[in-house]
Design a protein around this ligand. Structure first.
Ligand code: ZN
Length: 138
């Protein structure tokens, strides 16, 4: 990875420990290898502490509109209705919220370790199938 691949947001995200685990270690590796990058990170931190650099601030404010962890969990299980799913989609893909991406990654990991996940998924599908059937019969 070259230094130019790293955006200020990545560095700040790293400093805030708010990046997904893999990204954290990528940034850490890059920082270890490069004096220039470490200087840039130190500068960003100083600027932000002075209130000059506001990426972190914007990001923190933005976090207020984050979907709940429960909503993210349902999103992973594909158990949301259209509007909720659109909202989470938008938040993750268009806004590209790192906090939620990390959260989602976490949830994914823990779900993969849960044997009941298939069962739960099936239950969700069954209830939405039932819901669809009841709509159709109206
Ligand atoms: Zn978010």
């Amino acid at each position: 990875m070259s230094n130019s691949d790293l955006a200020d947001e990545d560095l700040l995200g790293y400093l805030d420990e708010s990046l997904p685990v893999e990204r954290m270690s990528e940034v850490e590796t890059a920082l270890r290898k490069s004096d220039v990058l470490r200087q840039r990170a130190a500068m960003l931190l100083r600027r932000r502490d002075d209130g000059y650099h506001s990426v972190g601030e914007i990001w923190r404010r933005h976090r207020l509109s984050c979907p709940s962890r429960r909503l993210l969990g349902s999103y992973l299980l594909d158990a949301l209705d259209g509007a909720e799913k659109d909202y989470v989609d938008f938040h993750l893909r268009t806004v590209g919220c790192r906090f939620c991406a990390a959260n989602l990654h976490d949830l994914e990991e823990s779900m993969n370790q849960t044997p009941q996940v298939e069962q739960r998924r099936r239950k969700f599908f069954q209830s939405s199938a039932g819901h669809l059937r009841s709509l159709r019969s109206e």
